[in-house]
Design a protein around this ligand. Structure first.
Ligand code: GDP
Ligand code: CA
Length: 322
């Protein structure tokens, strides 16, 4: 089975790690997984290109992630960051560990040599053993794009980088809207649209519906490919009991005028979504939905729990094959 998934960082990566574990237990293989990662979170810091969501996917699927945090490297140290602070270099609000710096340095070197981001990601993925697991990781686009947040402070509107809003301000500044700088020039990265059109199953993991999945959906051609694919498209709700499990998806949904409910999130995908997996606690809120709905516990407390959620997702998808 060829599975294609759209993913942000922590929620997407944890789900996909569970999916890989689940696929190993199925007897209808072989399976391949193509992951289309969000690059709207990307930022240039200290002259280095940082791709938080792609790196979270690499580290999580490659076994190098800091488990407690869900992002960054395990066994990390912060010598370089301390040296930068001693020089008064900014920003200091974005944590970068020494091991993580290695990724950003080599990525920036390759990008500087003219390798497209998709080529860089392919090289990084080799080190993390993704090809051996049947996984292809693709950035949504090779074009540098950045999600900016229009915020209002003291009666004035200004746009700040998504990371400044999310990490520095913890999404506490009321967001007016999100704009993706560079998207009007962007094209889907090689392989992205074909991976959606040629899939047997398309999955939207429990990633942030606005600033992760929503940004990928704004890449030219992606939404059309999802509408046109013959594969069932199934999604997993990032809300449990009507609230995000972690992060500030509620602030993001409110900013774009969408109710913070699984039904509200599914509505963002209404033109292509065939099936929606919600938490048991949210089952009643989906009564009367016009798409196929299944309800299971959706807390990814460990890899086994994520694998069970992934199994339910695949089952729901396969039940919808025409
Ligand atoms: P980010 O880029 O690191 O913010 O990660 P994603 O966009 O991939 O995922 C963030 C979303 O994952 C948030 O909206 C969370 O509510 C959701 N999430 C995190 N952990 C869980 C979980 O255990 N279960 C479910 N259903 N959603 C989760
Ligand atoms: Ca992200």
């Amino acid at each position: 089975m060829r599975i294609t998934a759209l993913a942000g960082g922590v929620g997407g990566a944890r789900f996909l790690r569970g999916l890989l574990q689940h696929l190993q237990t199925r007897d209808d293989g072989p399976h391949t997984l193509t992951v289309i990662g969000n690059t709207g979170d990307d930022i240039t810091l200290f002259g280095l290109r940082v791709c938080p969501d792609l790196d979270t996917l690499l580290y999580t699927l490659g076994g190098g992630v800091h488990e407690g945090q869900g992002w960054g490297r395990a066994d990390e140290s912060f010598v370089v960051q301390g040296e930068l602070a001693a020089y008064g270099a900014t920003p200091q609000w974005f944590g970068l560990g020494d091991r993580d710096f290695g990724t950003h340095i080599v990525r920036s070197q390759w990008l500087g040599q003219g390798v497209p981001l998709s080529g860089v990601v392919e090289r990084l993925a080799t080190r993390w053993g993704l090809p051996e697991q049947g996984v292809t990781l693709l950035p949504m686009t090779d074009t540098p794009v950045e999600t900016h947040v229009v915020v209002e402070e003291d009666g004035e509107q200004r746009a700040i980088h998504f990371q400044e809003w999310w990490v520095r301000h913890q999404a506490s500044l009321p967001a007016q809207r999100f704009v993706v700088a560079g998207m009007n020039q962007a094209a889907a990265a090689p392989g992205v649209l074909d991976a959606i059109r040629g899939a047997d199953l398309v999955i939207l993991p429990p990633s942030n519906p606005v600033v992760s999945i929503g940004i990928i959906l704004s890449v030219p051609g992606v939404r059309d490919a999802l509408r046109g694919t013959k594969a069932p498209v199934v999604g997993v709700s990032p809300l449990v009991g009507g609230a995000p499990v972690r992060g500030h998806a509620d602030a993001c949904l409110t900013a774009i005028g969408i109710p913070v409910t699984p039904d509200g999130v599914a509505g963002l995908y209404a033109d292509f979504l065939d099936g929606w997996l919600v938490d048991k606690a949210d089952e009643a809120s989906m009564a009367g939905a016009s798409i196929a709905v299944d309800a299971v516990p959706l807390l990814m407390t460990d890899i086994d729990a994520a694998a069970e959620i992934a199994a339910s997702t695949v089952d729901l998808g396969l039940s919808l094959r025409s």
